[in-house]
Design a protein around this ligand. Sequence first.
Ligand code: PEP
Ligand code: MN
Length: 339
Amino acid sequence: MIIVLKHNVTDNEIKMVTEKITEFGYEPRVIQGVENTVIGAVGDEEMHQTLEVLNNFDCVQKVLAIQKKYKLVSREFHKDDSVISFGNQDKVGGGNFTTIGGPCAVESLEQMQQVAKDLKAVGINTLRGGAFKPRTSPYDFQGHGEKGLEILQQVKEEFEMSVVTEVVAVSHIEKITEVADCLQIGARNSQNFHLLAAVAEAGKPVMLKRGMSSTVSEWLSAAEYLMVHGCSDVILCERGIRTFETSTRNTLDIGAIAVAKKESHLPVVVDPSHAAGRLDLVLPLAKAAVAAGADGLIVEAHPTPMTACSDAAQQIPSAEFGKFLEQIQPFIDLVRKNS
Ligand code: PEP
Ligand code: MN
């Protein structure tokens, strides 16, 4: 850690801070500049007490951490891209491009069969769809719960597709794990650390959405929770963040895709649907995501979006999914040619 002292500190104050640093288990190295004095505290930040408390000293301007809060997810720890496989979905990451599609919510057997049929016909192997929906209003459709899981199971078998579905509560994990090939943690639960630990212990790959107000560092730290608790197959998912902009539902953070790819070895999948919030913007956002280096897309699709119980405005009619894929493909090819 680095402790920057204020201008005109006295020798006594420097002595007081260095003594505190030693007390906390670090070795202090004082660097006297023309304007400022800086003290390097050498030692393992994980092994010793945090020095942030030094901010309380009048003579301290700021305390900066050097070590990152995440290790297992970082590229320093694992240089090569992680490649993840589950069910019928082989190889997510490592230069493979994966597209997952399906409705926001599981509404009926007929709806899921139609989506599965339309998506399977254009080469999609993994179906998304929430049985348990985390809704902002308690009056909105909450999902069919266990009945939704039964529908997912039936469609999964009938169409030989993998399933990714959201976990909103620890008490649902056991039942969801019987059906899902990949467990989704939604934006609203991205920093629910107790849930992250429990989901990690379920032994399935996890797709971790970025919290709508999470920094990249907080998102990667959430992924670290999953890895620390035994899940090595983590897929990061950028789905847009809250900003002052209201013309899109969320602001798709293109920069975060590039940063996450640099900082971490984990695959980064992008959800243009929840970022856009409206159908006409899903395609351009998906193209941008591909160009920024995403390893895949997770896109909402519904046989009749107009009748959808949730997120009706952003779902692609499933019969048009092939056209969507055709329009994305040149971007995938271009990125491949240049990498
Ligand atoms: C979803 O994927 O249906 C969903 C609720 O997404 P998010 O958590 O990103 O809002
Ligand atoms: Mn949705």
